[in-house]
Design a protein around this ligand. Sequence first.
Ligand code: PLP
Length: 393
Amino acid sequence: MPKRLVYLDNAATTPVRAEVLEAMLPYLGRDVFGNPSSAHRFGRAARAGLEEAKRTIAEALGGGAEPGQVIFTSGGTEADNLAVIGCALAARERGGPFRVAVSAIEHKAVLAAAHAVARLGGEEIVLPVDACGAVMEDALAAALERGVAVVSVMWVNNEVGVVQPVARLAARCRAAGVPFHVDAVQAFGKIPVSLAEVDCTLLTISGHKIGAPKGIGALIVRDRHAVEAIIHGGGQQFGIRPGTENVPGIIGLGKAVELAAREQADFARRVAALRDELERRVLAVVPDAVVNAVQAARAPHVSNVSLPGTDSEALLMHLDLAGIACSSGSACSTGAVEPSHVLTAMGVPAELGVAALRFSLGRDNTAEDVEGLIAALPKIVEKVRALSAVLHR
Ligand SMILES: Cc1ncc(COP(=O)(O)O)c(C=O)c1O
C-alpha cells in the first residue's frame, strides 16, 4: 500500500478549493478574457467579475470596508511592501517622517520592506514583543511620539500563531494620526476579522493561504492618501497598484474569501480541537517537548513545538521521508541551523529555537493525520537525538 501522506503545513500554503477552481475556469479560458480596463463588452464582462470580487471581499471583512478600497496585488508580500514602503514614500512626499515602525515578529515581507525604507535613506523602528509575542505598547507609544509614517503589526503570527490586540493598537495609532497596517494573511478565515471592529488604515490578505491560487492577494486601503504606488504604469486601481489585473486570480480570491468567511467559526472550532489533540499527543510521546507561546492568545491552526536535543532541519528531513510535511521557522544559513527571529524575539532560548517545528492545520486535516504524526514522531526524535549526541560529543 502506498504510504499515507500527512500535510501539516497549511500556513505555508493550501490546495486550491474545488469551488474556487470552478469559479475561475470561465476566466482562465476563452469565455471571459477581456481586459477589465477596456470599455467594450469583453472588457465589461471581466470588469463585472472583478467588481463582484471586490464587493465580496469588502463584505467578508465585516462591513468595515468599501469595495473601492480593495486593491489587488500579486500576494501578501506585495501588499505588505505596498503598505510599508508606500506609506513611507507618501509621508516623505508630504514632508512627514520618512520612518516606519514594525513589530519584531513580522513576516519577512514586512521586515524586509522596512529595511528597504532604511536603505532609501529613511529609518526603521523595530518594536519588541513580550514572551507571548504581544507588541510592547510603551515602545509603540515612543514610536508614535517620535512620529512615523506607518505602524505595521500582524494580526496572527505565521510561526507561532499568536494573536495581537490589533483593535487596541489601531486605536492608539488612530489617536496619534498615524496609519496602521495589519498583515492579516494568517488571520483571515482563522479568527474573526472585522474592519468594523479594527480601525486600521491598511490590511493585507493572501489567496493561497485560504484555498485560492498562489500569486493573488489584496491590500485594503481605507485612506488613499496614506500610500503612494511602489510600481508605476497605467492608472489601474487608482494608480495605487497599476498593471492589468489578474482577473482569474481575483475571481478565485473572491470565492475563497467568501467561503473562508462563511466557514470561519466552524473551521476554528474543529481545527482548534485537532490542534489541542496534536499537542496533547506530542507531549505524551515526547514528554520534554515544549509548546511555544502556549500561554498566549493563539489562532487555532498553528502549533509550534520544540523537541529538545534535536535540530529542526534533521527532524524535517526524517518526517518528510516518513511522508509527513510540516515546517520549521529556523533558517539554515552557512550550514548552521539558527533559531527563527520570531522565537528569538519572544525570548525562547536558542537550543529550543533550533529544535522547533511548526505544525499548521487546514480544513482537510483529520484525526488520522495526528495519528500518522504520532506514529512516526517518537522514533524520529530518538534518531535525531542520538545523532546529535554523537555530533556534540
Ligand atoms: C503572515 C504572512 N504575511 C505575508 C506572507 C506572504 O504572502 P505571499 O506568500 O502571498 O506573498 C505570508 C506567507 O507566508 C505570511 O504568512
